[in-house]
Design a protein around this ligand. Structure first.
Ligand code: ZN
Ligand code: ZN
Ligand code: FE
Length: 763
């Protein structure tokens, strides 16, 4: 029998959220507490612990490893392997590299509870210090200049630590042991309040107090944060919110709201257990919550919607400010409509000078521009709508390794790019719509940082089929010896399949606004049979001409007119879509359809939602893409409804779903006085059933048992949840976007997965 004092060894492999959350220092302290020797290191996304000592101590160590892990850590799996003791004399944190010789870059982490307690503790030396951080929390990606992650290579390098911070940094038992961002009021960054002309009004704690008082008075303040500037105002003050909309040129697109705690979030929205986890996690995304009854948030924050985007304060500066204001704050990106967010003090003052009354500034440089992330919970699991701060950078494994390094430049809207070496795919944070010089500069700057951080020089460029996109020009301008073009919806489905490690054929339902198809028409409501290398289009929604082209995405009545041109006999049913539309504009649009001039044919799910919205008399013009669809989802709510007819027919090689009878029925019933919400629910139900039915037919025909759902339309919870439930009820495995979300933010990863697969076949 083994003596309790015999030294044995164990190797523990921990996977989950375990890097950059203070896990290794925690392991160090735990080992020290039990006088165990060995080492801990990060290895390619896992933490590897070699530990040796008495078996009783090892058991306790293993138990406490799981029960006492740092607040933001999440252990998904703990693998245990017996190991030969190496005769280690002490316990060490060993610097480590992943397979490519590159250590992963950690995302920015929200302030932890311990730091927050210190922040509001008058006896603590960091009382009200707006840059308090520790090993478990604080900025990472946005302050890292280059690797390895040491203070000298971050934007904290200009703030030499004072003797007391230095001691904490070097004391193994201190919770700031090896905290590269450690700082205090003596040695850390400063905050001050300035006017647009640069004149500083006050600094330090007074700056925060004055800013708080000004916010209470209805002023708009630009606040420098972690990944860029926010524009803030009192979210309960409708006049202030509307003033912000006017100055920012943003009519109706919802604003995010920041509160201090989950309890405060409950005053604004209904918070489920899963939503509470998402709200309070280290990533701190904006979470779309169902409006709470009696919410004090001004109606102009998210007009026409049943949800409000809420995030919990994630920096000490935010917490201090919210504590001062005592009300929820609108916190929207510091930009003019769709431009990239400002990150530099001077840049912010010049670009936001006409929007903000005051500027709350600090002198910790932001090295990477990152917006707030946005998520919602569907079927008890998070769905990412925008993957940025807290989630970036993200490295995903490709199921098929690429023999050459790749740059996938992503799509036109909601752009991200992906850099690939081997099977490691480094996906950039959300860049935005690539339709201006500013956004192109943002793209290039982010790419340069990624190439430097991950030390990848791409050999092959991957782009969309569309020859006219700026992203395509970027890809061609790189002058690489090879460029691969990938169809947009194939990329959507490949992204979902690759995320789940699936390389076999799947049926893909790709539902979104727009993407160029291989027949030259606009696609967006497709059923594909696809694997990573290729696809066959099996079914689609009936083509409709979109008079005015891109303009149709902003003017739902145009889509309705397009559908009407297919069946002119149903003009009466469509009447609500055109009430109040000037006949002049309508005549021009009709001519565009007749002459097939600037009226591309489209099978877009996004546009189908738009048409339904117009025909129900809900919205004829939208002030942002997706507005009509979001309002339709809000109106439908969760009320049960019977579907209307949405026939499927064969047309040549394809199955075609014809939504015209559905649209006509909606219009007819609405005009008979049937409730618009009920009809919105019927519309959802009809699309859900038709989509699930067509997926089942295609899957049966191809002998496939897996369906992947991709494309921005699956941000609609009722659509995602409904299609999934119907397919699963038939025993079909359903792949849902998790890491990257359903929308075009996933396209660059899908492009990369396709290119890697194609190149590996050539080898
Ligand atoms: Zn902390
Ligand atoms: Zn200090
Ligand atoms: Fe798309």
């Amino acid at each position: 029998m083994m003596n309790a004092h015999t030294i044995t060894g164990r190797l523990l492999r921990v996977t989950g959220v375990v890097q950059g959350v203070g896990f290794r220092p925690f392991v160090y302290r735990l080992a020290a507490r039990h006088s165990l020797a060995g080492w801990v290191r990060n290895v390619a996304g896992t933490v590897e612990i070699h530990v040796e000592g008495g078996s009783t101590e090892l058991d306790v160590f293993e138990h406490e490893l799981q029960t006492e892990a740092p607040p933001f850590a999440r252990i998904n799996a703990l693998e245990l392997v017996p190991a030969t003791p190496a005769g280690a004399l002490d316990f060490r944190i060993v610097e480590s590299a992943d397979a490519d010789g590159i250590r992963p870059v950690t995302p920015d982490l929200a302030m932890c509870a311990e730091c927050e307690a210190e922040l509001f503790d008058p006896a603590n030396r960091r009382f009200r210090h707006p840059f308090i951080t520790c090993t478990n929390c604080g900025p990472r990606y946005t302050v890292i200049r280059s690797l390895p992650y040491d203070r000298e290579r971050t934007s904290m390098s200009v703030f030499p630590t004072c003797p007391r911070c230095d001691v904490e940094y070097h004391t193994p038992t201190d919770r700031r042991h090896h905290a590269e961002t450690v700082a205090c009021p003596k040695c850390g960054p400063r905050v001050w309040l300035a006017q647009a002309d640069g004149i500083s009004l006050t600094e330090g704690d007074a700056a925060i107090r004055v800013a708080g008082a000004q916010l209470r008075l209805g002023r708009i303040i630009a606040i420098r944060g972690i990944g860029g500037f926010h524009l803030a105002c009192d979210a309960t003050n409708d006049i202030a919110v509307r003033r912000l909309r006017e100055r920012k040129h943003r009519d109706a697109k919802p604003f995010a709201v920041m509160v201090r705690s989950i309890d405060e979030a409950r005053n604004l929205g209904v918070v489920s257990a899963q939503e509470a986890l998402l709200l309070g996690g280290a990533e701190r995304p904006v979470v779309l919550l169902e409006n709470a009854v009696g919410s004090r948030v001004a109606p102009s924050v998210s007009p026409g919607l049943d949800r409000v985007g809420v995030m919990i304060a994630y920096t000490p500066l935010h917490s201090l400010l919210l504590d001062e204001v005592g009300r929820p704050l609108v916190m929207t990106s510091g930009n003019l409509s769709d431009e990239p967010i400002a990150i530099e003090n001077d840049e912010a003052r010049s670009r936001l000078g006409d929007i903000a009354d005051l500027f709350l500034l600090h002198d910790r440089e932001i090295l990477s521009r990152v917006d707030d992330s946005v998520a919602r919970v569907v079927d008890n699991a998070p769905v990412l709508l925008r993957r940025a701060r807290g989630y970036a950078p993200l490295t995903l494994r490709l199921p098929v390794s690429s023999p050459r390094t790749l740059l996938a430049v992503g799509p036109h809207l909601k752009n991200t790019f992906t850099l690939v070496r081997g099977n490691a795919a480094h996906v950039s944070p959300h860049i935005g719509d690539l339709d201006s010089i500013e956004s192109l500069e943002h793209f290039r700057a982010a790419l340069a940082r990624y190439e430097q951080l991950f030390r990848i020089a791409p050999e092959v460029a991957v782009r969309d089929l569309h020859p006219g996109y700026l992203s395509t020009r970027v890809a061609e301008d790189l002058g690489l010896d090879r460029t691969i073009a990938v169809q947009h919806h194939h990329a959507h489905i490949a992204a979902v399949a690759a995320e789940h490690g699936v390389t076999t054929s799947v049926v893909g339902l790709a539902f979104d606004g727009t993407g160029l198809g291989d027949d030259g028409h606009v696609w967006g409501a497709e059923a594909l049979v696809a694997d990573l290398s290729g696809y066959r289009r099996a079914a689609h929604f009936r083509y409709v001409p979109l008079p005015g082209g891109d303009l149709a995405a902003r003017e739902p009545w145009r889509v309705a007119l397009g559908y009407l041109s297919l069946e002119p006999g149903i003009a009466d049913e469509f009447a609500l879509a055109f009430s109040g539309i000037k006949s002049e504009g309508r005549v021009i649009a009709e001519r565009q359809i007749e002459r097939r001039f600037n009226a591309p044919l489209a099978s877009s799910m996004g546009r189908l939602f738009d048409a339904a919205s117009a025909i129900l008399g809900i919205r004829q013009r939208a002030s942002y893409e997706g507005q009509a669809a979001m309002e339709l989802e809000a109106l439908a709510g969760a009320q049960p409804a019977e579907p209307l007819t949405l026939p499927l027919r064969e047309s040549g090689d394809f199955l075609v779903l014809d939504p015209v009878p559905l649209l006509a029925a909606l219009g007819e019933q609405r005009q008979r006085g049937v409730d618009a919400g009920l009809l919105a629910a019927r519309f959802h139900e009809s699309v859900v059933r038709a989509a699930a039915a067509v997926a089942i037919i295609v899957a049966d025909g191809a002998g496939i048992d897996t369906v992947a759902l991709g494309g921005g339309s699956f941000q609609n919870a009722r659509l995602l949840s409904g299609v999934r439930a119907r397919l699963e009820a038939r025993g079909i495995r359903v792949l849902v976007p998790r890491q990257l979300g359903p929308n075009d933010g996933a396209i660059s990863f899908g492009q990369a997965a396709v290119a890697a697969s194609l190149l590996s076949r050539e080898d």
